[in-house]
Design a protein around this ligand. Structure first.
Ligand SMILES: NC(=O)c1ccc[n+]([C@@H]2O[C@H](COP(=O)([O-])OP(=O)(O)OC[C@H]3O[C@@H](n4cnc5c(N)ncnc54)[C@H](OP(=O)(O)O)[C@@H]3O)[C@@H](O)[C@H]2O)c1
Length: 265
């Protein structure tokens, strides 16, 4: 009866984690979301049961600690902790680094918002739930990263945009390595995992933002000629789950793709 906690599960891939895991009724599936009522309504309308939702905001360590106390009333341990939530924005993603010369305030604002969720939020999440992971059997912590944080991929595909997202997620990868070193002797595996490219955009995007997305897609296609475009969310989750199940303690701290290697697409 494995237990899973997905932090940042309200929509996109996080929601698909809940959907996918809930299908096996022997799983204990817990989603940490900012707005429980809204997500519960979505689960109900999609006829998804076997999911517990608890309130938690990745920028608020106390809310995550409170969520952990609630988790302990549902299950005595967490086998798989998946820190999925992220601050992502298309607002500044299309700019080259030097274009921030006249946008310093915008850059700082974006960087701090991203830092709060993608860096500090990861530390807060792991620290809040680690006592329950220690009690688990699988003892696996996965932080969702991105191939956009891989230096070689950036150079190969000429990706000069997404400065904030890429650099904050690169910091996330280092956090994973630090936890891996600390927790190795306890048999806890920590992984930074890129999910591939999946279209999870729910809100309308401006023409300028769409242009930026198209430029990025073109670069990915040129840099990785075999790539055929975004994958369905369910496919990504199945691939991620396989990597998480197969990763060993010897590999702890690694930064891998949904293929279990450095092939990001
Ligand atoms: N989609 C892709 O192609 C892709 C590619 C590479 C990596 N990734 C990574 O995969 C993960 C999921 O991506 P996605 O496309 O599903 O993202 P998404 O659609 O933008 O969803 C982001 C999720 O994070 C949650 N979140 C944001 N800030 C939060 C906070 N402070 N506290 C708690 N939850 C918070 C959001 O909840 P709210 O609804 O409350 O905002 C939402 O559930 C992310 O880590 C992303 O960086 C995605």
């Amino acid at each position: 009866m494995p237990s899973y906690v997905i932090v940042g599960a309200s929509r996109g891939l996080g929601y698909e984690w809940l959907n996918s895991l809930s299908k096996d009724t022997s799983n204990t599936v817990i989603g940490i979301v900012r707005s429980v009522d809204k997500v519960q309504a979505k689960l109900d309308s999609d006829s998804i049961s076997n999911v517990h939702l608890l309130a938690g905001d990745m920028t608020d360590s106390a809310s995550l600690e409170s969520a952990a106390r609630q988790v302990s009333k549902i299950t005595s341990s967490i086998d798989y902790l998946i820190v999925n939530g992220a601050y992502t924005t298309l607002a500044t993603a299309r700019f080259n680094p030097t274009e921030f010369t006249t946008r310093a305030a915008e850059l700082r604002k974006e960087m701090i918002e991203s830092l709060d969720v993608n860096v500090l939020g990861v530390v807060y999440s792991i620290n809040a739930f680690i006592p329950l992971v220690r009690q688990g059997t699988a003892k696996k912590i996965t932080v969702i990263s991105t191939g956009m944080a891989d230096t070689e991929a950036v150079l190969r595909a000429d990706i000069n945009g997404a400065l904030v997202y890429s650099s904050m997620k690169a910091a996330t990868n280092m956090i994973v390595a630090k936890y891996a070193v600390e927790l190795r002797d306890e048999g806890i595996v920590v992984l930074a995992l890129s999910p591939g490219v999946i279209n999870t955009q729910e809100e309308a995007v401006s023409d300028e933002q769409m242009k930026g997305v198209m430029v990025l897609m073109g670069k990915l296609q040129a840099g990785f000629p075999g790539w055929t475009g975004p994958a369905p969310a369910a496919e990504s989750i199945a691939a991620q789950k396989k990597v998480i199940e197969e990763i060993t303690l010897e590999q702890s701290g690694a930064f891998l793709s949904h293929k279990g290697n450095k092939e990001w697409l």
